[in-house]
Design a protein around this ligand. Structure first.
Ligand code: 16G
Length: 240
């Protein structure tokens, strides 16, 4: 399987072979791959070479290491299109996953200055502020911090926010959701969020800030979401 005369470094050939085995399901999601020792014996290469290949697959997220237990095949990342203004509930259902939320906080406050500016609020206009953990099949995927002008959704009932905010906006308040502006950046997970997302404190999240507008141009939410970078990848189609 390994061609020692090839110009392709051996650790890369091994990496490709392991990838293929994962792809073909020979190594199953959630199961351990063979030990470094077994792999180095079967490929007839040094353990160092095998380790290099495995380390690359751990860095790219295809494998994960469990201390003292071995190296396991990760669940493939969820592919989230970046075109289309969809809700978390819709996104998860479209994949056959069951969405659920845990509300950590819900309060009515005067917004911080920058939030008031983004939501085009006058002095003294209040917002609902909520923090929700978003789960898919009971696995935490993201934590969202949402600001909603009270005047846009007066009397918003916290009990309903276990479900879909967008459904409440459209069905209960009979408002049309129009468009949104999004920014994305990578960051180390905040210490508080690592607990909620069940991540290591040194893990990476993708932070998305979304400001969404009703079809009449009125902003109705500002959301900062931290997505688990090991569970998500974002896809967009671009044209020239
Ligand atoms: C998504 C949106 C968020 C929105 C939520 C509504 C991103 C980055 N964020 O998570 O802005 O508030 O959906 O979901 O996509 P819901 O209708 O299920 O409550």
């Amino acid at each position: 399987m390994v061609n020692k005369n090839s110009h392709v470094p051996i650790y890369i050939q091994i990496e490709e072979e392991l990838k293929q085995r994962i792809y073909l399901g020979e190594y199953e999601v959630g199961s351990p791959i063979p030990s470094e020792r077994d792999l180095s014996n079967s490929f007839e290469v040094s353990r160092m070479t095998v380790r290099q290949a495995i380390t690359n697959l751990v860095s790219s997220g295809m494998l994960y290491r469990e201390k003292g237990r071995g190296t396991y095949v990760s669940t493939p990342k969820l592919e989230q299109p970046l075109n289309g203004l969809t809700s978390f509930t819709e996104d998860m259902r479209a994949r056959g996953l069951t969405p659920s939320s845990k509300i950590i906080k819900f309060e009515q406050i005067l917004p911080p200055f920058d939030v008031a500016k983004d939501l085009l609020l006058e002095d003294g206009e209040e917002v609902y502020f909520m923090v929700r953990i978003r789960n898919a099949d009971d696995q935490p995927m993201a934590i969202e911090r949402t600001y909603i002008p009270v005047k846009t959704l007066p009397g918003l009932d916290v009990k309903k926010l276990n479900g879909s905010l967008y459904k409440i906006v459209e069905e209960e308040y009979q408002q049309k959701i129009g468009n949104a502006i999004q920014q994305m950046e990578a960051s180390l997970v905040a210490k508080e969020d690592s607990k909620y997302l069940q991540m290591d404190v040194s893990a990476v999240v993708l932070i998305i800030k979304r400001i969404s507008f009703l079809s009449d141009g009125q902003p109705f939410e500002l959301v900062r979401s931290a997505y688990r970078a090991d569970r998500y990848k974002f896809i967009s189609e671009i044209q020239r």
